[in-house]
Design a protein around this ligand. Sequence first.
Ligand SMILES: [Zn+2]
Length: 256
Amino acid sequence: MMYDNIFDTHAHYNDRQFDDDRETVLAELPSAGIFRVINCGTDIPTSRVSCEYADKYDYIHAACGVHPHDCGRETADWEAELRKLLSPPKCAAVGEIGLDYHYDFSPREMQKDFFEKQIMLAKELDLPIIVHDREAHADTWERLKKYAPKGVVHCFSGSAEMAMDVVKLGMYIGLGGAVTFKNARKPLEVAECVPEDRLLLETDCPYMAPVPLRGRRCDSRLIPYAAEVIAGIRGCDPQALIDRTTENAKSLFKIR
Ligand SMILES: [Zn+2]
């Protein structure tokens, strides 16, 4: 399985699961066909780390933002601190941001407040957003429709119908390891219907390792497993799908 020109639009190489060999993994990715990676922060400190990786590695760009899990722990100056980090091209997006009603680690009212503030900040700075939506489809959609931001709904878990609504708004759909899972009915329906110019590939590594490696630590080199499943259902060549999604990511994130 050898592919190139892979753009992983969603990774967390700052995660402690990479503490033992991060430098090795990050040094190896370009020679394994990885063209670009967006490393997503989930709070202010990890957003700062994402910018450090973007400084150190030519192929990495940062997304900076406060994840719904983490907004309850932010200090009062979070928005000012975030604003300082949001300078393209090193920082290419506001993310990851959104709503998570599965874990509810932060109160829902606070999640909505942080989500809206960061959408507005992204719009002000003309940056795309990277959206996390877990079991919060109605409230996520309500806000996307209201603000019509540029961006991607990552690890898309909604229906094919919602995916088409998101696409009509001008946004992108991010798909990864979940399309390979045994219970992947909805992601596969989404993979089939999204127009080719609106699809992005991602890992969400170290999480979401694809079948047959499910449960292992994931990294960007495992994207081909998802790409092959998506290409299979769309009846196209996996490398052609990878090339197309890379063009889409370059255009959304304004990365060459
Ligand atoms: Zn993530």
